[in-house]
Design a protein around this ligand. Structure first.
Ligand code: FMN
Length: 198
């Protein structure tokens, strides 16, 4: 389940339609997407995150703002996202700019997570070097012993990001490499589209 805000225009309607198709088929991690960021040396890196919400404003996911991706987004908020569903023979490629979601949205999302996930988010400095996973588990258990649930508040470095697309490409596999590619792009703040050769 992902949250749906107001989705009234292409290409967001198209993205939502495919997500709903993938969800209805119970595909594993149907809302998983690869997100690529670039560091200060121009070196790209990518990783999978889960889409949490879609609306005309963009695509929302949750992470640690101090992680590698978070630090890279801090200095360069241009990112690329890729979805692929083998069973649907579909790919969606998105490029855009990213910003932090309003604090209240991040609080609401954080508070909706299971207790241990919330504590893990507080304890874990995502992407930092650690000595062992045993220590991490111990720290989580220690936290649980020392604090009650009311102390489990969202740390400021965990929250939602909103990716506002500037281009969205729908790729559909067809026979004999006649794959269809429809690219939407923002032109003077309005969505335009074109077909691309496979
Ligand atoms: C299926 C799947 C879903 C994931 N979902 C998230 C997610 O929603 N948020 C997140 O921060 N990391 C998620 N991860 C972990 C990331 O891929 C990555 O390891 C982590 O965010 C650290 O990335 P970074 O060091 O590049 O910042 C997920 C991994 C997988 C395989």
């Amino acid at each position: 389940m992902i949250e749906k805000g107001k989705v009234s225009q292409e290409p967001f309607l198209g993205i939502l339609k495919i997500l709903e198709e993938a969800e209805s088929l119970n595909l594993v991690d149907w809302n998983a997407m690869n997100i690529a960021t670039v560091d200060d040396n121009g070196q790209p890196s990518s990783r999978v995150v889960l889409l949490k919400k879609i609306s005309d404003e963009g695509l929302v996911f949750y992470t640690n703002y101090n992680s590698k991706k978070g630090m890279e987004i801090n200095s360069n908020n241009k990112v690329a996202i890729n979805f692929w569903w083998r069973e649907l023979k579909k790919q969606i490629r998105i490029e855009g700019v990213i910003s932090k979601a309003p604090e209240k949205d991040s609080d609401d999302y954080f508070n909706s997570r299971p207790l241990k996930s919330r504590i893990s988010a507080i304890i874990s400095n995502q992407s930092s070097v650690i000595n062992s996973y045993e220590d991490l588990k111990k720290d989580i258990d220690e936290f649980l012993k020392k604090h009650d649930e009311s102390a489990v508040k969202r740390p400021k470095h965990c929250g939602l990001y909103v990716l506002a697309p500037i281009s969205v490409e729908f790729w559909q596999e067809r026979q004999n490499r006649t794959h269809e590619r429809i690219k939407y792009f923002l032109k003077d703040h309005t969505w335009d589209s074109c077909l691309l050769s496979p």
